[in-house]
Ligand binder design. Structure first.
Ligand code: ADP
Ligand code: AMP
Length: 214
């Protein structure tokens, strides 16, 4: 099963993608996580990506596309995957369609998690991410058992630099401009599915499972 998650930053793509990956035994491939890991390791890619990410801008397509196309050839992705944060531009979507076509494959679902902009700023301000394993929480909606500590590995939880309100506003602008057009792109491909992202995360997941199990 090959799935793309669509939705504004903070819509819940990562939260849902992790649950999908675990239930359907497919890898969760998050370009944001890949960039953050590269930044942490101080790689050349990480250094290049950081400047864009800190400003709330997209990393240029040429730094993203080959990385993802290569990742999809790994053994663990043979039976499918859930892509989170990719594609984010029309050229990225076209590159994915082409890479799949070359292998006689197609995307099964592009799941768009719908949530109004007003909800986003509140969600992002409350998001906390684990410095070690990348698990995400929300200080009000999905709190960890011990404040400031990851339930899964016990490491420290932090507010991502790009989740500060001024950067979130920029990311939303970039989303509407460059990423939202993908909703029409996948609508035209006949694989678009929409879910309401404003409800409880278990209810969002139930709606997604209904789509995947249909
Ligand atoms: P994205 O990957 O789309 O940027 P996340 O999955 O990281 O978004 O979710 C953004 C924030 O909102 C996180 O703090 C997360 O814990 C919280 N969150 C995710 N889904 C829900 C939901 N259905 N209701 C309330 N908060 C949610
Ligand atoms: P995310 O964790 O998905 O919210 O991504 C965090 C940041 O990483 C984004 O704001 C972008 O700067 C960068 N990024 C992640 N995925 C992509 C992508 N597919 N194309 C361009 N930039 C990306």
């Amino acid at each position: 099963m090959k799935i793309v998650m669509l939705g504004a930053p903070g819509a819940g793509k990562g939260t849902q993608a992790k649950m999908i990956a675990s239930k359907y035994h497919i890898p969760h491939i998050s370009t944001g996580d890949i960039f953050r890991a590269n930044i942490k390791e101080g790689t050349e890619l990480g250094n290049k990506a950081k400047g864009y990410m800190d400003q709330g801008l997209l990393v240029p397509d040429e730094l993203v596309v080959d990385l993802v196309v290569d990742r999809l050839t790994w053994d663990d992705a043979k039976e499918g995957y859930v892509l989170d944060g990719f594609p984010r531009t029309i050229p990225q979507a076209e590159a994915l369609t082409k890479a799949l076509a070359e292998k006689n494959e197609v995307l099964d679902h592009a799941i768009n998690i719908e949530i109004p902009d007003q909800n986003i700023i509140e969600r992002m301000g409350g998001r906390r991410a684990c410095v070690a394993c990348g698990a995400t929480y929300h200080i009000v909606n999905i709190p960890p058992q011990i404040e400031g500590k990851c339930d899964k590995c016990g490491a420290e939880l932090i507010l991502r630099d790009d989740d500060k309100p001024e950067t979130v506003r920029k990311r939303l602008e970039v989303y509407h401009d460059q990423t939202q057009p993908l909703i029409d792109y996948y609508g035209n491909e006949g694989v678009l599915k929409e879910v309401d992202g404003t409800v409880d995360m278990a209810d969002v997941f139930a709606a997604i499972c209904n789509i995947l199990d249909a």
